[in-house]
Design a protein around this ligand. Sequence first.
Ligand code: NAP
Length: 306
Amino acid sequence: MRDIIIIGSGPAGWTAAIYAARADMKPLVFEGDEPGGQLMTTTDVENFPGFPEGILGPELMGKMKKQAERFGTEIKTERVEKIELQEDGTFVVTAKGETYPAKTVVMATGATARRLGLESEQALYGKGVSACATCDGFFFKDKEVIIVGGGDSAMEEANFLTRFASKVYIVHRRDAFRASKAMQERTFQNQKIEVIWDTVVEEIYGVDVGKVTGVRLKSTKDDTTRDMNIDGVFAAIGHVPNTELIKAFVDLDDKGYVLVEKGTTKCKTPGLFICGDLQDSRYRQAISAAGSGCMAALDAEKQLVK
Ligand code: NAP
């Protein structure tokens, strides 16, 4: 029976592991089969304190993992299939058919990029449709692409894509961005970016030829539509929290995020602690996720000494 199992390997998961390992709780981290979380698909992180020159997302995650390992964290690069609650209040975590009993579980599985929800998007995924500019931008050298969204991610990805693409259109459903002023400024100053306001992507063309050839755009003002030739479509329209494993043990808010007791990482199941983007629809920053990972480890430690 382990003291603590941590599921997820973004800033929340690794911070929980660092604190738990230093408290001699001998944590086991399931980092999943796509380790590192959302920062793995980010370029420069300029707002994580301690890195005055900025740091690349994957490098930051690598450092956090190393720090957790330094204090004896055990790591499995596996995806957890199931979590069961036992009658005595302990947990059994299953991954790759193996079972792992634990007194406490910290959930740090984060959130996944939201899709536009078009059949053509699904059919052309990886064939010109992507949700990750940093992963796939390179394939669009001298091509024209669309980014859908009006948040910081859309701005960041649009700017990043101009390194490769000849033209980047930001398609946004309203007439104002929700992105921070600094990100908006950077976007408006970029000559390669053009904004198409009050518009959504209604259809992606190219399913018949196996690659994106264009889109049908629809005005959100008057419902008029028009076709546009394009080589790639990137969605940057927010995220959905990954609550699948713990649905039976927690309450969710109206956006699908886990409800925690105010000022803690406790949910309605004692011994289960929720941190990072799973419980934060508001801030969703690497630093706030890391902070809540620390809280989860401290909450778990307190539970163990009860
Ligand atoms: P977000 O802030 O939730 O923005 C999502 C955008 O997508 C919004 O503009 C939204 O439009 C649009 N949208 C949502 N669903 C849509 C749909 N079905 N069709 C068309 N458009 C849709 O998400 P995010 O940009 O990923 O940012 C998430 C968090 O991470 C934020 O807190 C952000 O500040 C942070 N972040 C920070 C940085 C940085 O500081 N370097 C970089 C990236 C992200 P509406 O505006 O109309 O709702």
